[in-house]
Design a protein. Structure first.
Length: 350
């Protein structure tokens, strides 16, 4: 049994930042995530994608944001249960909760913070016969490591940002890149569309529109794809076929925990602390919903901050916490290490 003060379900940016805010309150955290590493979508789906709305970072890659958060929370020594999905939750007589994963690992805490992003994701697969046969044998729905495609012939299908961005990124890695979309118009950012057009003019990307991949060819691995364009069918040799049609979010087992759900999101009280209809269980980040909700990472950070304050009061109802700015008090880790506030700043505030 793993015991902690706050059990966080989801190790994406919001879940990771919760560790920092809880650590300032001397609350210990443990995180559960079905993915094999921390970072959520930022690490698993688009680690090389730039993010532009993180304060003080005009631009930061999603993977770098995760690395920075991991460095920020290191003094607070969080625990991790990775590669396991939170399956069931049981409330105990003392008011605490026991959360058990799909692999039987049990965790106990007085506070549960659900920070599962949009939930678990399943790729939207094209209607191609026997596509499952080629999964992990040349068909991938998520690009995890761009180096995997070095000097390979790659066909990407899709018309959104992911298809455009990865087509651009892989031109410097893959032997050849072909982008196929069933319409002439793309749905992605205008600058990405213009960049693809530029690379097409330079002969670095082969763009085929309006067209659709209708079949995969190969004995055990992908060797080519069949493409239909204007009623004609032809083959394109390739090593990898990557259909990027987005991911369908699902709450998974959390949907059966007795929480109030609205449009695949968990309803919370945003007037105070982002608590759910079950006292002691909070939902923060993209997984929650309330009037005026914005699905932004910085909003998740804000929600995590207020949630931790509420959690402290639930755990220590007779204690009064006096908030101190980190510029005054510094940051003290659980190992005794401390980042002191600059003396000049302390003196100015005094």
């Amino acid at each position: 049994m793993i015991k902690t003060d706050i059990l966080i379900i989801g190790a994406g940016p919001t879940g990771l930042f919760t560790v920092f805010e809880a650590g300032l309150l001397k609350l210990k955290c443990h995180l559960i995530d079905a993915l094999p590493q921390p970072g959520g979508q930022c690490a698993e789906i688009y680690p090389k994608k730039p993010i532009y709305d993180i304060p003080a970072f005009p631009e930061i890659l999603a993977g770098d944001l995760v690395n920075n958060l991991m460095q920020q929370i290191e003094p607070f020594q969080p625990g991790f249960t990775l590669g396991e999905r939170a399956e069931t939750i049981e409330k105990q007589e003392d008011g605490s909760f026991i959360v058990t994963t799909d692999k039987g690992t049990q965790h106990q805490a007085p506070i549960v913070a659900i920070a599962g992003g949009l939930g678990s994701f399943e790729p939207r697969k094209p209607l191609i016969p026997n596509i499952e046969k080629y999964e992990d044998h040349g068909v991938e729905y998520i690009i995890r490591d761009p180096e995997f495609y070095r000097n390979k012939e790659v066909v990407i299908a899709g018309g959104g940002d992911s298809a455009l961005d990865w087509s651009i990124f892989l031109t410097d890695i893959a032997k050849s890149v072909t982008l196929i979309h069933r319409r002439n118009e793309f749905r992605g950012a205008l600058d990405s569309v213009e960049k693809v057009q530029e690379l097409k003019n330079l002969g670095k990307i082969d763009v085929i529109t309006p067209a659709e991949v209708i079949d995969i060819i190969g004995e055990s691995n992908v060797e080519a794809v069949s493409i239909e364009k204007n009623g004609e069918v032809f083959q394109k040799k390739c090593d990898h076929f990557i259909p990027l049609f987005g991911l369908a979010p699902k709450l998974g087992p959390i949907a059966d925990w007795g929480l109030e759900i609205e449009k695949n999101a968990i309803k919370v009280d945003n007037t105070l602390d982002y608590q759910t209809n079950i006292p002691g269980i909070y939902a923060i980040g993209d997984v929650n919903t309330y009037p005026g909700k914005l699905k932004l990472i910085l909003c998740g950070f804000h929600e995590a901050t207020l949630m931790c304050q509420s959690a402290y009061q639930r755990i220590f109802p007779n204690k009064r916490y006096v908030m101190k700015y980190t510029t005054v008090g510094g940051v003290e880790g659980f190992d005794g290490s401390k980042k002191e506030a600059p003396k000049a700043v302390v003196k100015a505030i005094d």
